[in-house]
Design a protein around this ligand. Structure first.
Ligand code: PGA
Length: 256
């Protein structure tokens, strides 16, 4: 794992933006795995401002709430259109987001996995992290080999997401999410985390044991993960000084 610690979310996002932009310029038909939530908002705004050519880019989103129509203001469909897709020249047919209204969720999930494979796999997966260590909506005790499927949110995630819905009663309990096995097949992962609330989960992910109780810890087994953090999210890392030194002394040829 490459751990990049910056003084604030803006600076950490600038690093992440360079990584995504570099890929899209190098590979105009890149397949991007995308995340929702508050964390990637700055990234999407920065990418939209770069005027990259998205015509041949394909995207797969990590997850969606079950039971929310696409047009619901809290659906991840709405989120993605509002915060990224309507600001770039992406082709609608290249956008994939799980369908939370599917009448046959198991079949839909199989189909989603097939679409990812048919697109040639995901080149770069953008990830946030839950306070409980989830990536996508792979909650604690998710199989480390899981595929796209339905999951039930933990009480913690339900509570964390109530802020978007106005009240906890309106947050769906079920979601469709890519599995940890699905995420692990991406050729590169880019994990972003900002703020004190994420410090525990980040320390467990980077320096703790690999365990389904902290699902993001499976990323330790991935050959190419970049973790972009602000100081607050990095606050509980025991080896933060080492990660800072490594990044400050990164050879030019390794920089993207
Ligand atoms: P957040 O959510 O970006 O809104 O903190 C992250 C997540 O739950 O994965």
């Amino acid at each position: 794992m490459e751990i990049i610690i910056q003084p604030n979310a803006e600076a950490a996002t600038a690093v992440a933006t360079r990584i995504v932009a570099h890929l899209v310029r190098e590979k105009p038909n890149a397949v991007l795995g995308l995340a929702t939530g508050s964390t990637p908002l700055l990234l999407y705004r920065a990418l939209a401002g770069l005027k990259l050519d998205w015509r041949k880019v394909t995207t797969f989103n990590l997850d969606e709430y079950v039971g929310l129509p696409q047009a619901h203001d809290q659906s991840y469909h709405s989120f993605m259109w509002k915060n990224l897709f309507r600001h770039v020249n992406i082709s609608r047919k290249n956008i994939h987001i799980p369908d939370g209204m599917s009448g046959d969720i198991a079949r839909f999930c199989e189909h989603y996995e097939k679409r990812i494979r048919a697109a040639g796999g995901i080149d770069l997966q953008v990830l946030g992290i839950g306070t409980d260590g989830h990536i996508g909506f792979n909650e604690p005790t998710s199989s480390l080999a899981s595929r796209t499927r339905i999951k039930t949110l933990t009480r913690q995630t339900h509570k964390d997401n109530a802020r978007y819905f106005g009240s906890a009663g309106k947050v769906p309990h079920h979601v469709i999410t890519m599995g940890l096995g699905t995420i692990m097949e991406a050729r590169q992962c880019l994990l972003l985390a900002f703020g004190t609330k994420k410090a525990r989960a980040i320390a467990a992910t980077v320096e703790g044991p690999i365990t389904a109780i902290n699902p993001a810890s499976i990323l330790q087994m991935h050959p190419k993960v970049t973790v972009c953090l602000d100081d607050a999210a990095a606050a509980k890392l025991k080896r933060a000084d080492y990660y800072r030194w490594v990044y400050a002394n990164k050879p030019d040829w390794q920089k993207s």
